[in-house]
Design a protein around this ligand. Structure first.
Ligand code: SF4
Length: 250
């Protein structure tokens, strides 16, 4: 199964329809999502986050690129609340790329132990720090060069573009995928990274002058309301237009 292209076209109402063409049976995988529906979702999720969104130190405007990118690596498979508890301690010990690059791997590992996955994350962080010191702390501009950095997969690459280079990129992880699928409809492939529907949808959803805030709003909604096991559809501000919410609250 291979995704081939995303093809925008105009409807009689003037709305842009995003057509996702896949090399599979059209009845199963040919989807239409209007630009109006995307805009409404953006408005609703931003409105909800304005009242209920979470506050984290790495979301502060003055945080350095070093801190926000290292934090995104720390957040992988670790709860945000856990990372928040160790945020100050970790960055006091390793305040910049140079400090991280010069620290022994065991020291980084010990600092990461409360966060989990320290055996995997410590060498990745140290290698990335070495590369960033050699680059004088500047991330490359071109995506293929960003992707060639140690520890940078699709998610971290998007995070670097979104948080350091102010490009509208999605922080598409399992939580964002869950919210988008419940609201707009399910993906086709198991692997988020290769599902052209989720990839296209997430990019369109964050294509906004508040791209960072929309990303955070979706992640917060996924953590607080549209939870994995027990979504609170009855209390959700998006339920009137959410496919899952409509089905479960009638
Ligand atoms: S209505 Fe339910 S499924 Fe839809 S976004 Fe809200 S919590 Fe998630």
């Amino acid at each position: 199964m291979h995704a081939t292209r995303v093809n925008p076209s105009q409807t009689s109402r003037g709305a842009i329809i995003i057509k996702l063409h896949l090399d599979v049976e059209p009845s199963e995988n040919h989807l239409n999502i209007s630009k109006d529906d995307i805009s409404l979702f953006q408005k609703l999720v931003l409105g909800w986050a304005g009242q209920h969104g979470r506050s984290f130190p790495w979301r502060r405007a003055r945080e350095s690129h070093y801190r926000v990118v290292v934090t995104e690596l720390l957040l992988q498979r670790t709860k945000a609340e856990t990372v928040r508890n160790y945020y100050g301690v970790f960055f006091s010990q390793f305040p910049n790329w140079k400090a991280l690059a010069q620290a022994p791997k065991t020291e980084i590992g010990n600092a990461l132990k409360p966060l989990g996955l320290w055996q995997r994350k410590a060498p990745v962080l140290k290698q990335l720090a070495n590369e960033m010191v050699a680059r004088n702390g500047r991330f490359p501009q071109r995506r293929e060069q960003i992707d060639s950095l140690s520890g940078v997969g699709q998610y971290i690459g998007n995070a670097i573009e979104l948080l350091c280079q102010h490009r509208s990129k999605p922080l598409l992880d399992a939580s964002m995928a869950r919210v988008l699928e419940r609201y707009f409809g399910p993906r086709m492939l198991v692997d988020i990274r290769h599902d052209s529907y989720l990839q296209a949808l997430s990019h369109h959803v964050v294509d906004h002058d508040q791209a960072r805030e929309i990303n955070w709003a979706i992640l917060d909604l996924g953590a607080l309301v549209c939870r994995n096991r027990s979504p609170s559809c009855g209390e959700c501000k998006l339920r009137m237009t959410c496919k899952t919410g409509q089905a479960t609250t009638v």
